[in-house]
Design a protein. Structure first.
Length: 281
């Protein structure tokens, strides 16, 4: 009997029940935001959001829509808990990360509510493992308030373009400078490392550019140490949306297609490092 068709272990209702026929769909997305040990999970009728923060400067969100799951039910308007993400990933990959061709690990995830552990039932090749992970009181998270009406500049780039940039630019630089402009250079990435300054420009009609909506020239710097965790999501993604607001806050939204062709999103928010004056440019 598939895990998602099995009845709950008791009559007591679960606040959250979610089942996947391939746990790797979830573990790969969680790895893309795994740069701190703990994460906050939000479950609503629309799906699951897993949020990780560091130093109140960067926030990552993995979105797993309800349609991705074979079964998904939330009994309350929203269910929130904090969990050790490292432990969760260890459990999800308890059968190993490299399954044999044609095999996958099925997952049933159950949570009774506040104070209860997150229960994982994992099955592969007829072997079922049960994991209980203690949950914690959720902490207050940053609200970057990145609504579409506050976005000043936005481009959508094929991920190959950004992967190329991270490969070519000098990562000994402490900051990555991003210039977005309705005029030349349109979209420029700059570093200031041991080998000197390096710039990579993308014209608005580049084959890699899928959308270009820039209303004003902005130049902002971001600590590369804060941006490096997002390269995990970049490696999995096919497209990336790069947005900035009037204060220079950065949103990197990665579109990720899983093995079954389903679309999920991972988004990183990052605060600017410093104001850049025209004299510095």
């Amino acid at each position: 009997m598939p895990l998602w068709t099995q009845p709950p272990a008791s009559d007591e209702p679960y606040a959250l029940v979610a089942s996947l026929d391939n746990a790797r769909h979830l573990s790969s997305l969680l790895r893309a935001v795994h740069f701190q040990d703990h994460a906050t999970c939000f479950a609503t009728a629309n799906g699951l959001r897993v949020t990780v923060e560091d130093a109140k400067c960067i926030q990552a969100n993995a979105f797993i829509q309800a349609e991705i799951f074979q079964a998904y039910a939330v009994q309350e308007e929203s269910v929130t808990f904090r969990i050790n993400l490292s432990v969760l990933l260890d459990c999800l990959t308890i059968f190993g990360t490299g399954s044999l061709p044609g095999t996958s690990t099925a997952l049933r995830m159950c949570y009774r509510g506040y104070g209860y552990p997150l229960m994982l039932f994992l099955e592969e090749g007829g072997v079922v493992t049960v994991c209980k992970i203690n949950t914690q009181e959720p902490e207050e998270l940053l609200d970057f308030d990145f609504c579409s009406t506050k976005v000043v500049n936005k481009i959508i780039l094929q991920s190959d373009g950004l992967r190329e940039a991270f490969a070519e630019l000098d990562m000994t630089s402490e900051v990555l400078q991003i210039t977005m402009s309705p005029d030349k250079p349109y979209f420029r990435l700059s570093t200031f490392g041991n080998a000197g300054s390096a710039h990579l420009d993308y014209p608005r009609d580049s084959d890699l550019m899928e959308a270009f909506h820039c209303s004003q020239t902005q130049t902002n710097r971001y600590k590369i140490a804060l941006l490096k965790p997002s390269t995990k999501a970049l490696a999995l993604s096919c497209k990336v949306s790069i947005r900035t607001d009037a204060q220079g806050f950065l949103s990197l939204q990665y579109m990720i297609r899983n093995e079954d062709g389903q679309i999920c999103f991972v988004e990183y928010y990052c605060c600017p490092d410093e104001d850049v004056t025209e004299a510095e440019l």
